[in-house]
Design a protein around this ligand. Structure first.
Ligand code: ADP
Ligand code: MG
Length: 415
């Protein structure tokens, strides 16, 4: 029997102590303060954000901590406990797309984007430490950006984040926009806006219904424990090549389909209009120019996006009706759609989902962009260990890397 490996979340005081110690060791003296931001898991609504659609993430108890000190001048010095590169140095006024190598891009990118938006952000020293699994589809990248964003907000007097008791949602949407620009333009990762939005705008005990057409949010109560349930996250540890290219190809196919259908984004196609839209795509086009997806592929991509948005609405309606134990079939259908129509799953994600369901999960699906990363399973609270053990066993039997597990409760946003 292969025992499951659990990834616990740090107590905030521990995270702060770690990052202060790293700061003192590398930079000497005390930081001006410490800030932190959570990773996230998405309950449903995958590959919908860049289509103007709906998604339903919540903030993990796992957070990235930063200790920061203003230095005056224009130079940034950075160190991370997760990176072995030592102290890195970047000159803020020289930052532009394509100029920053590696992980510092996620931090200086946020400073750059805030400066681009007219805010007066200057030099600083920053130490980073994190218990968010790295590159596991749980958005360690957004956790880092958003921790930096709230630190800059406080240190440079931007006045956007509000206080812990009274977060300023509009201000936080502005900070999220800077984090998204940082990730897209300076880190060079083409992602939608879900991760940064929930890390800054989520609320403990709630999932965040995010409407990516207008950036609107609704906090939907999400308390699994009250129903004797738990959300098990399975980090498959699978990493596949070509991830970035595949992600870009999915985005391009959606844009191509929207253009052919004469709509700004696929959000404008609702479930009732899906049949007509698919018929238009199937009959209208054939292979469309160099590098374009052919009609049959476009049909499947569009079917995923439109049905996935409808599944978010179905899931939220069940939460609103206090019937969370009934969301399993929507999760299963989401996984099938991502696997078959959107083609972003992989062997490890499929195995995690199948093994969890076989062990009694009420529903299971891949979460995040796909091609590796994590899956989630809705399980009875008293079955968490059994389901995790069954998944670990299935991975061992298939000769795959041992997965890691965490239990996710809806936690607090960046602060
Ligand atoms: P995910 O967001 O799913 O964890 P990404 O590939 O989007 O995966 O982001 C991971 C990258 O973000 C890392 O390779 C690194 O560059 C950066 N990063 C995230 N967390 C940290 C950290 N604690 N310290 C330094 N860099 C980090
Ligand atoms: Mg990321």
């Amino acid at each position: 029997m292969t025992a499951p490996v659990w990834v616990g979340a740090w107590e905030p005081a521990d995270g702060e102590a770690r990052v202060r110690a790293l700061f003192a060791d590398r930079f000497g003296g005390e930081p001006d303060g410490t800030w932190s931001a959570p990773g996230r898991v998405n309950l449903i609504g995958e590959h919908t954000d860049y289509n103007g659609g709906l998604c339903l993430p919540f903030a993990l108890p796992h957070r990235t901590y930063v200790a920061v000190r203003r230095t005056g001048g224009d130079t940034v010095r950075l160190v991370s406990a997760q990176e072995s590169t030592g102290v890195r140095e970047v000159v803020l006024s020289e930052v532009a797309p394509g100029t920053v190598d590696g992980w510092p891009a996620y931090v200086v990118g946020v400073a750059w984007a805030l400066r681009e938006a007219g805010h007066d952000v200057g030099g600083f020293e920053v130490a980073v430490d994190s218990c968010v699994p790295y590159g596991a589809g749980l958005s360690s990248s957004a956790a880092l950006e958003c921790a930096a964003a709230v630190a800059f907000d406080a240190l440079f007097g931007l006045g956007l984040a509000g206080t812990g008791d009274a977060p300023d949602d509009a201000g936080r949407a502005t900070l999220a926009a800077a984090c998204i620009r940082a990730e897209n333009e300076i880190a060079g990762a083409s992602t939608g806006g879900m991760d940064q939005s929930v890390s800054l705008r989520g609320r403990a005990g709630h999932a965040l219904l995010l409407d990516c057409r207008d950036g609107g949010v609704r906090h939907v109560p999400f308390d699994l424990a009250a129903h004797g349930l738990a959300l098990l996250v399975i980090d498959t540890k699978a990493e596949h090549a070509l991830v970035d290219g595949q992600y870009a190809a999915r985005r391009a196919a959606c844009e191509q389909a929207a253009a052919l259908l004469g709509v700004p984004t696929l959000r404008e196609i609702d479930a009732d209009g899906l049949g007509d839209a698919l018929a238009t795509l199937a009959h209208g086009t054939g292979p469309v120019g160099d590098g374009s997806a052919d009609a049959e592929v476009l049909v499947r991509r569009v079917r995923h996006v439109v049905t996935e948005i409808a599944r978010v609405e179905e899931f939220v309606a069940l939460l609103d009706a206090d019937r969370v134990e009934e969301v399993g079939p929507a999760m299963d259908a989401s996984h099938a759609s991502l696997r078959d129509d959107y083609e972003v799953s992989c062997r490890e994600l499929d195995l995690a989902v199948e093994a969890a369901l076989e062990a009694g999960a009420l529903g299971a699906r891949m979460t995040g962009g796909g091609f590796g990363g994590s899956a989630i399973a809705l399980v009875r609270a008293d079955a968490v260990d059994t389901v995790a053990a069954a998944v670990a066993q299935a991975f061992a039997a298939a000769d795959l890397h041992a997965p890691a597990f965490l239990v996710a409760t809806a936690s607090a946003p960046a602060a």
